[in-house]
Ligand binder design. Sequence first.
Ligand code: FES
Length: 180
Amino acid sequence: MFAFTEENERKFEEILSRFPAENRMAATLPTLWLAQEQHGWLPPEVLKYVAERVGVTPAHVLGVATFYTMYLTKKPGEHLLEVCTSVSCCLTGGRETLKLLCDKLEVLPGETTSDGKFTVRAAECLGSCDTSPMMQVDNDVFVENLTPEKLDALIDELKGQPWGTRTKLASFCAAGNRRS
Ligand code: FES
């Protein structure tokens, strides 16, 4: 049964302390994020746990979790690769990059590789238009100015990083990324 770790219990208390008791519902988003960071995704039992802890209905939590694309209500692969296909990225090859990535991994957008290692999705603008085409890895790291060679190197690097380890892409960040 899912429950916050001791450390995340402390983080949850800190989240609650940011909101007045009558607006506790506002803690839903950061609590979902905390639960997802711990579990990797948000199956029904984790959504129910969040609802109980925040003190809101399961329907409210489900509504929030399915509205925002950063919450994963379906189990992803060990690494989530989200290629931006909004306007700026499209102009510089975002859609072609998504297709190339899908071809390399033999999946369609939204699918997970047969070994469970990668899930590939299209994403809306991630706010890094000036370094397009770009993608976000594991809901966290930006990999920017994508090229076919960079995709190959990225896949190789991620293959050695199992789920549960904080994604590290130092070689890509050194090449001009703003987040790591
Ligand atoms: S359009 Fe791709 S990051 Fe903005």
